[in-house]
Design a binder for this molecule. Structure first.
Ligand code: ATP
Ligand code: MG
Length: 448
């Protein structure tokens, strides 16, 4: 770029966020916890493409859902005319992959995934155009036991993350036949109250009246509250399944409330539906949604296979973790290596590698464009890095075959400086870290 020509900056896409290094420790803590909780229930990870054929979502989610109606990033691949869509959710892709690769051939499968999803919504707090979900899909299990297990897995995850104030709402939306009987009465009821229906509801009156129950329009709440309840239309089998889920949850002391108006955004759900909700995030308070979707696999051309799953909205959950007030900062390294002069730099590289061999995180000072190479400037960097030790190598040290190790934190930092021969630097630092305390230091686990 020439110096006198001003180049315009290009901003990122609206509603799609950069996840900056300052937030990395929080994301890593979340991802590690998720991974270990899912593993502790025998779930296996699956990674599917971010782009899928548009038809997969059009068929899978139902044509009259918010997602398919107005939120999909769909495009034609100009190279070959393929109709493609950035995935708005992952259940459809996971089910496609399971059918394509015969994953349930040998028996049921517990699967999980994590990654970015794309929905062209109006960006606002807790609602983005690229966001992340972690989800689980249990394929091939018929009973209420797996539904309850998925819910208990979520509860364990909240507990492990130290999150309180997330409550469970539960409902059953029965099967297609039960929903049809309810639907007839529901449409009749809404027609009696047509003057109260907003434009969205009018449009859905005959295409997807169940979704009207899900409205967030305050003017419609009272009318919707008094609408015929799907629960009253459930047959014996659906009721028994629903009872079965509740029994396991009660037995395991998982509190829940039954919300008869709870339906899911996607058309493919049946029987159990649930949401984990918090009051601490404003309007976007649902951090996880899930339920059973027995009809989907057959709809996609697979052998009829029952299925149940959930998806967690990662950004919303992380906001909740931040709201808990806990600090998730992390130091850059254990040791910062400072040096002056060409021979010292060569030694510094070697010492840094030996320290890493010993399991330590090490930042070696490297050249920058600004005049920041003085000892003083380097020590400032060392301090800012949060390192516990600085290893200092100058011309004097090189001549004597030693390095100066300076303690950066704790008591006695003022004159806590020791001269150590090169070969012993790594041993010395490790000793300092492991015997100085009883090693309850969260960052020292890798020294054992
Ligand atoms: P909502 O009613 O908030 O639009 P939804 O029913 O569309 O949610 P799901 O498709 O069930 O949501 O997705 C599961 C979870 O993913 C949601 O509960 C939420 O936490 C999160 N989520 C959904 N859409 C977004 C978005 N645009 N930005 C951030 N998180 C989202
Ligand atoms: Mg939505």
């Amino acid at each position: 770029m020439s110096e006198n020509k001003k180049t315009e900056k290009i901003a990122g896409v609206k509603g799609m966020n950069d996840i900056l290094p300052a937030d990395a420790p929080l994301w890593e803590l979340f991802e590690n916890t998720v991974q270990s909780v899912l593993k502790s229930y025998g779930f296996q990870q699956i990674r599917t493409p971010i782009v899928e054929p548009t038809a997969l979502f059009a068929r899978g989610l139902g044509a009259v859902t918010d997602i398919v109606e107005k939120e999909m990033y769909s495009f034609v691949d100009s190279m070959n005319g393929d109709q493609l869509t950035l995935r708005p959710e992952s259940t459809a892709g996971v089910v496609r992959a399971a059918i394509e690769h015969n994953l349930t051939y040998e028996g049921p499968k517990r699967l999980w995934y994590a990654g970015p999803m794309f929905r062209h919504e109006k960006p606002q707090r807790g609602r983005y155009r690229q966001f992340h979900q972690v989800g689980a899909e249990a394929l091939g299990f018929t009973g209420p036991d797996i539904d309850a297990e998925l819910i208990m897995l979520c509860q364990r995850l909240w507990d492990d993350l130290g999150l309180q104030n997330i409550r469970l709402e539960l409902n059953s939306i029965g099967n297609a036949e039960e929903r049809n009987r309810h639907r007839t009465d529901l449409i009749a009821y809404f027609e009696q109250h047509k003057e109260l229906l907003d434009a969205d509801a009018q449009r859905r009156l005959h295409s997807n009246p169940l979704r009207i129950l899900d409205t967030k329009n305050p003017a419609m709440q009272e009318m919707v509250n008094a609408a015929p309840k799907l629960l009253d239309y459930l047959g014996e089998e659906s009721l028994a399944h629903f009872e079965g889920v509740q029994k396991i949850l009660r037995h395991n002391s998982i509190p829940f409330t039954i919300n008869p108006r709870l339906v899911r955004g996607m058309d493919y759900y049946n029987r159990t539906v649930f949401e984990w909700v918090t009051d601490q995030l404003g309007a976007q308070g649902t951090v996880c949604g899930g339920g059973r979707y027995d009809p989907l696999i057959e709809m996609f051309g697979g052998k009829p296979t029952p299925a149940c799953g959930f998806a967690i909205g990662v950004e919303r959950l992380l906001e909740l973790m931040k709201a808990s007030g806990e600090q998730f900062a992390q130091k850059l390294c254990d040791v910062y290596v400072v040096h002056q002069g060409a021979a010292a730099q060569m030694q510094a590289f070697v010492v840094a590698e030996r320290l890493r061999d010993a399991g330590l995180d090490v930042v070696l000072h490297c050249a920058t464009a600004s005049a920041g190479g003085s000892f003083k400037a380097q020590m400032k960097r060392a301090d800012a890095s949060g390192a516990d030790f600085a290893v200092i190598i100058g011309e004097d040290e090189v001549a004597k075959g030693v390095a100066t190790v300076k303690t950066m934190r704790g008591e006695n930092v003022e004159n806590n400086q020791t001269v150590v021969v090169f070969e012993q630097v790594a041993n010395y630092v490790v000793d300092q870290i492991t015997c100085g305390d009883d090693c309850d230091h969260p960052d020292h686990h890798h020294h054992h």
